[in-house]
Design a protein around this ligand. Structure first.
Ligand code: PLP
Length: 285
């Protein structure tokens, strides 16, 4: 395997960043993840747009143009022989003597890219069985719209999920409303049959998969409402699922151990999974 580190490809096992990289010391950086279909980047534009926005919000310089980044991402895919998988990109503010404030003068941002294959057939078989989520109190900062590498609350939530046999943890705010998952957006098919996911005015990540799926839903003519839902509503929903570059559209069949619907994967979630994959595959570049 090969990783891209600051301008060159190196063996994955030897790839390293400096101990005073601000990403390492302060989580001062951002990341993006693209799903790869047929060796190509899925939802490419949406992920680029969010990357530039995350960098701008944190006043980190763009390390390269979009055209150059596409070349390097494709090279990472090619060198790692990925047909079906994921590409990870991380940009930190760079290497400087440890100090909370930004280095002055500015230093070049540090860029790392990795790519790996996934076994889509195995994942598909698993998705067809349905998965569990748990809920945890929302304890993240107020700028979850920025895709930063500061993921400790997400890591702790995901670990709690794993220890309880669940694939994801849903954060729940003070009003009892689900915000999003540790690495995905949360959805239900509510008691009235409407697709529900939290609006992006809230403190959540604006999921690229979420956005594409909203378009898929509109084209399919299904009823949808960008409105938050409570844990209780989720437990009495007809169906539930999560979206993300890693999970794509993954059906959820229990929340905190309570069965959703009859406890099997619902027709809407499985149809949307197929429609999303079809759309993402066709639109990959
Ligand atoms: N919410 C969080 C906290 C995430 O980390 C992610 C993705 O990793 C998502 C939502 C889904 O976003 P996307 O569909 O752009 O992958």
């Amino acid at each position: 395997r090969f990783a891209y580190v600051n301008g060159r490809f190196v063996r994955h096992g030897q790839a390293a960043v400096h101990i005073e990289d601000r990403g390492y010391q302060l989580a001062d950086g951002v990341y993006e993840v693209w799903a790869v279909f047929d060796g190509k980047l899925a939802d490419a534009e949406g992920h680029f747009a969010r990357l530039w926005r995350s960098l701008d919000e944190l006043r980190i310089a763009h390390p390269m143009s979009e055209a150059s980044l596409i070349v390097v991402l494709r090279e990472a895919i090619r060198r790692n022989h990925v047909r079906e998988g994921l590409v990870y990109l991380q940009v930190s503010r760079g290497v400087a003597k440890r100090d909370h404030a930004f280095p002055s003068p500015a230093v070049p941002p540090a860029v790392v890219i990795t790519a790996r294959s996934v076994d889509r057939a195995a994942i598909e078989a698993k998705a067809a069985k349905g998965s569990a989520v748990i809920t945890v109190p929302e304890n993240r900062w107020g700028r979850c719209d920025i895709k930063t590498i500061g993921l400790l609350p997400n890591a702790l939530a995901k670990q709690a999920a794993r220890e309880r046999g669940a694939i994801e943890a849903w954060f729940v705010d003070d009003l009892g409303l689900v915000t999003e998952g540790a690495s995905s957006n949360a959805w239900i098919v509510d008691a009235e049959g409407r697709l529900r996911t939290r609006d992006t005015q809230a403190n959540i990540l604006r999921g690229v998969t979420r956005l594409t799926l909203l378009d898929v839903i509109a084209q399919a003519g299904l009823p949808v409402a960008e409105q938050p839902f409570t844990v209780e509503e989720a437990k009495s929903a007809r169906e539930a699922f999560i979206t993300g570059a890693g999970s794509l559209v993954t059906p959820i069949t229990s929340v905190d151990g309570v069965k959703i619907g009859d406890g099997t994967v619902g027709p809407v979630a499985s149809r949307l999974r197929a429609l999303y994959i079809e759309r993402a595959r066709a639109g990959a570049i």
